[in-house]
Ligand binder design. Structure first.
Ligand code: MN3
Ligand code: MN3
Length: 323
């Protein structure tokens, strides 16, 4: 058989460092690996049943919104960035992160299956499809991800990804952190903490890739990209505030969630190398308490942290076999 080789096919070589951060991020990503099956959500059932109807409704809706974001990040966000990334070690880190997005998306389902009836789960997934602010959020993100075809659009997709992971998620994280900070829904809160820790790492890594790419543009290109970035930022924030006001209505938490969003929006801009956009009010200490999970391991290259220990499963008991 004869054939003409039209390009050289390269294999990933981990024996030398392609840059001074990717291998460290690979190691940290792998070290943080976790599965929802390792956390026993059923411990939350008692507290769940004691929550009011409105509290339960809010809780399941924030998780539903997060499910949609993780689905899009795994299916569209990461692949769009991978498609234009030539460096093979970087591609591998992105691929691993994409797998974690699918694990995040699946972990919400493991919470739903423990706390909700099949009927409630079906209704919730229907709500995702019908809620306009949620659909608009997905559309705004996908408009960028699905148009990743050159270096500038790749940069803007990285920007969008950092906004999604370091800022948009936090309207959803707020409530589980708020409850867990008061000792409620602690196991589900543990899952949220693990997701949050992953997103912090992802936001940092993609932020570094974005900053490097940004430096490859000339001043005029940078100016144009800045305008586009702030347009995406403002469109997303406007919609996020509307979404927050809608799902948090009756909770008396709307204003605090919006402050929390602004606080995290500043962190997202920081990951991208930009100044704070908002003067933020202090974050609710109960939520900060839940967040401290993250700050404890903010030096990502330290321990796995928290109450989470990999490989600890609940022992099977006789009653587990009673159907
Ligand atoms: Mn995720
Ligand atoms: Mn992520």
């Amino acid at each position: 058989m004869t054939f003409t080789l039209n390009k050289i096919h390269k294999a990933v070589n981990w024996n030398k460092e392609d840059d001074n951060f990717t291998q460290a991020f690979w190691e940290q990503n792998v070290k943080q690996f976790w599965l929802p099956e390792e956390i026993s959500v059923s411990k939350d059932l008692k507290v769940w049943n004691d929550l009011s109807e409105k509290e339960r409704d809010l809780y399941k809706k924030v998780l539903a919104g997060l499910t949609l974001l993780d689905t899009k990040q795994g299916n569209n966000g990461i692949p769009s960035m991978m498609s234009l990334t030539d460096n093979l070690q970087r591609k591998a880190v992105l691929s691993f992160m994409g797998t974690m997005e699918e694990i995040h998306a699946k972990s919400y389902s493991s919470i739903f299956t423990t706390l909700l009836s099949n009927r409630e789960i079906d209704d919730l997934f229907e709500w995702i499809e019908e809620e306009k602010t949620l659909q608009r959020k997905a559309q705004l993100i996908l408009e960028q991800y699905e148009n990743t075809n050159d270096e500038k659009s790749l940069y803007l997709s990285m920007v969008t990804s950092v906004f999604l992971e370091s800022f948009l998620f936090y309207s959803g994280f707020f409530y589980p952190l708020f409850l867990a900070g008061q000792g409620k829904m602690v196991s589900s809160g543990e899952i949220i903490s693990l997701i949050l820790r992953d997103e912090s790492l992802h936001g940092k890594y993609i932020g570094l890739l974005a900053k490097e790419k940004y430096e490859s543009f000339n001043e005029e290109e940078k100016r144009q990209l800045n305008n586009k970035m702030y347009k995406i930022f403002n469109d997303l924030m406007e919609n996020e505030i509307e979404y927050t006001k809608l799902i948090y209505k009756d909770s008396n938490l709307e204003e605090e969630v919006i402050s929390f969003l602004q606080y995290n929006a500043n962190r997202a801009l920081e990951n991208l190398g930009f100044e704070d956009y908002y003067e933020v009010k202090p974050v609710n200490p109960i939520v900060l308490n839940g967040l401290s999970t993250e700050t404890k391991t903010h030096d990502f290259f330290s321990t796995k942290g928290n109450g989470y220990q990999k490989g600890i499963y609940e022992e099977l008991k006789d009653e587990d076999f009673i159907i």
